[in-house]
Design a protein around this ligand. Sequence first.
Ligand SMILES: C[S@@+](CC[C@H](N)C(=O)[O-])C[C@H]1O[C@@H](n2cnc3c(N)ncnc32)[C@H](O)[C@@H]1O
Length: 274
Amino acid sequence: MANEEVAPSGVDMSVPSIARVYDFMLGGKDNFAVDRAVAEHALRITPDGPQAGQANRAFLRRAVRFLTEQGIGQFLDLGSGLPTQGNVHQVALRHDPQARVVYVDNDPIVLAHGRALLADAGTATVVQADIRSPEAILEHPEVRRFLDFDRPVGLLLFAILHHLTDDENPKAVAARLIDALPSGSYVAISHFRDPGDRHPDASRKAREVERIFNESLGTGRWRTDEEILSFVEGLEVAEPGLVPVAAWRPDPDETAPEQSDTYHTFVGVVARKL
Ligand SMILES: C[S@@+](CC[C@H](N)C(=O)[O-])C[C@H]1O[C@@H](n2cnc3c(N)ncnc32)[C@H](O)[C@@H]1O
């Protein structure tokens, strides 16, 4: 698509989209010139952006596997993004052949490509909805059809809460979603982080990319550890706590990541509802 620049119906290729900018960072082809311009602008400040995206996806795969090991067989993946390598249902099904996954995103391009990917899967579905209206997601007939809210659910909030402004109250959004889950459920979060004085250079660059994101995409908030941890307040945080995504239970055969700027500015946490 990158060469043809043809948009699926409902997709506006004159305005950059978060899903497509991220797709470009991951080396995907479902993006347009307008998306690449935003990504390239950010890459001038943090050239290791693609590694950050890959590290986030690797964290997602390890976290989903961890959740299946804890007996979680159903997943609600919010802000799921365009299909890429190692999608949630593919990882979950490897560990639990009965696993069920609902993907939710508000970008029509995710729906177009998601439906094609899932056409004959049967164990996963994709829904267009906005996380800022958690009630609509929880009451969505497809979500209710696919997930049993009497059994523990894995709530996946990867690289999505940092796309909500403070005014949109991501803490209340997360709390409403977690409130709907039975005890024994898990929430996994990855989030842009401002490391502050601990890594001043990385912090300064995060602020610059934050400005670019807000000017071009109208979104993006690099939060402090305290702000991010507030999303899982009252839950039991799994070891090793809130850490750079690459440092969350790395596989033994994974080489230690280079601690570049984005290493410190993209963090993850997994927690269990008691
Ligand atoms: C950076 S991507 C993350 C994709 C995937 N979760 C991951 O971590 O690899 C963020 C996704 O969130 C979606 N998104 C942004 N704001 C949203 C909202 N208010 N409601 C639902 N989805 C949203 C975007 O369309 C995009 O697909």
